[in-house]
Design a protein around this ligand. Sequence first.
Ligand code: PRP
Ligand code: MN
Ligand code: MG
Length: 181
Amino acid sequence: SAHLGDDLDHVLYTQEQIHARLEELGKEIWADYHDKEVLLVGVLKGAVLVMADLMRALPGTVTMDWMAVSSYGSGTKSSGVVRILKDLDTDISNRHVLIVEDIIDSGLTLNWIRSNLLSRNPASLEICTLLRKPEAAKVEIDCKYVGFEIPNEFVVGYGLDFDEKYRNLRDIGVLAPHMYS
Ligand code: PRP
Ligand code: MN
Ligand code: MG
């Protein structure tokens, strides 16, 4: 529709709440990494906006790289089998790597990416996700920095899409059921 916000059932987090939480996470992360050279690894495309705001919440030198992956299997459910569409430009051996994600849903995507990156022998590997759905977890992901734990509902906005749309919505909200049923 003309106004993306009109397609929401309700707003879960406003842009102000998101930015405030990312500032807090930035402080935590910086306390842990200020004496290291951290490489932020974003997962395309959902993590684009989290990366943009999180990296600006870090006051010193950081670098950034991106991976794009695709789940094999049908439909919208991820299968856990992942194919790399775009690999890192960076050799991460002996690097301090922090994966930046928008959401951990089933956990299958990040579980695969995590073990893939671990096989490249980074000095350390941690995960930061803005959102996590504990009730949807199919595999437990050890995630050091979590923005918000959310109920098992279909959320869009701030990078999160439905059918590639709604990523540019400033807030995060629950999509009205009539938009996808
Ligand atoms: C979404 C989201 C996470 C992943 C989480 O990405 O951005 O990367 O799914 O799901 P999981 O925990 O169940 O594996 P998606 O594959 O939709 O690609 P996108 O980032 O381009 O939207
Ligand atoms: Mn994604
Ligand atoms: Mg998606």
